[in-house]
Design a binder for this molecule. Sequence first.
Ligand code: NAD
Ligand code: ZN
Length: 355
Amino acid sequence: MFRNFKLVPNIIFGRGCFAQLDDIIEKQRNTSDSWVVFVVDDVFKGKAMEKRIPVHGNDMLLWVNVDDEPKTTYVDALTLQAKAFHSFLPSAVIGIGGGSAMDLAKAVSLMLTNEGSSTLYQGWDLIKNPAVCHMAVPTLSGTGAEVSRTAVLTGPEKKLGLNSDYTVFDQVMLDPELTQDVPRDQHFYTGMDCYIHCIESLQGTYLNEFSKAYGEKSLDLCREVFSNSHPDSADKLMMASFFGGMSIAYSQVGACHALSYGLSYVLGTHHGIGCCITFDYLDAIYPEGVKEFRTMMQKSGIELPRGLVKHLKNDQVEKMVTVALGLDPLWENCLGKDWKTIMTRDKAKSLFLKM
Ligand code: NAD
Ligand code: ZN
């Protein structure tokens, strides 16, 4: 069966295009009392961005904290807050921030129209009703969350996204200027998330011309940013992120992402840095990619944390292995149908113990 892939229908790109957000939202305001929710990363509280958010009379400005990556409990609490703000649904939910804030916006827009806790919908195509119109304004480039059909959430039992066609944003606003104040290390980690999406997609067994076309272009753009320090880096990385997301949407990621999910589940390691940590130990699987990654890391002056796992209790390491190996499609994409004979529990454990 071929996947019938849902795309973001409206995209605006360019430096300064954020100034058009008010006009774009206006089209969703169909009655005099209609309102929208801005889901905004609280890193922008008190910053110039705060004054630029086009909040009108009835609107809700919902600051979100992303010190921890999005949890189902947080999504449920934010949804309750939004529901209590007015007695009727908002016309739109607008997420402003990195992958975490965008995923929170996706999840809240879905949970406003779907009953019960977000834990009920962690999985594939479990969402029953269309979401409230939702828009993304990325302020950090790399995850591809702006284009994907998932909102990644950590729940009490699993780290798994709300994967559905309804999850896809209705509008994406790509303004590279908004990424200019991202700290250098975060810029690298989230940028490498994109680079690794490309390596894992392009080297995967699920590869097809659709994914290859987007993945190769995205990889070129990553190289211009991290190997050649091109002056238009912000523009390039924003498009690399979008194209990287398009590439994996029709293929899959691989070993690095699977292992990083294990690390993240037990240690709470954030996605970008988690992928960098695990990728650095995967030269046997991605020899060229890891070599280039290390050169880019050196050029960016980044040092990764080491020795994260060896002091953990055995049951914690075992849990990491279970979470990582539970992601069958990622391993199958990476190592083929017989992946279980290659990536045994012992092998995965020995990789974790090096980290
Ligand atoms: P993030 O959104 O977690 O943000 C990382 C840090 O950067 C935060 O401290 C944030 O406040 C800060 N930040 C963001 N924009 C900034 C700016 N312009 N200036 C200064 N600081 C800024 O990081 P991320 O790497 O973009 O996203 C990671 C999240 O995305 C994880 O939760 C991961 O699970 C999720 N993810 C989702 C998908 C998807 O397809 N939905 C794909 C990959 C990752
Ligand atoms: Zn990723």
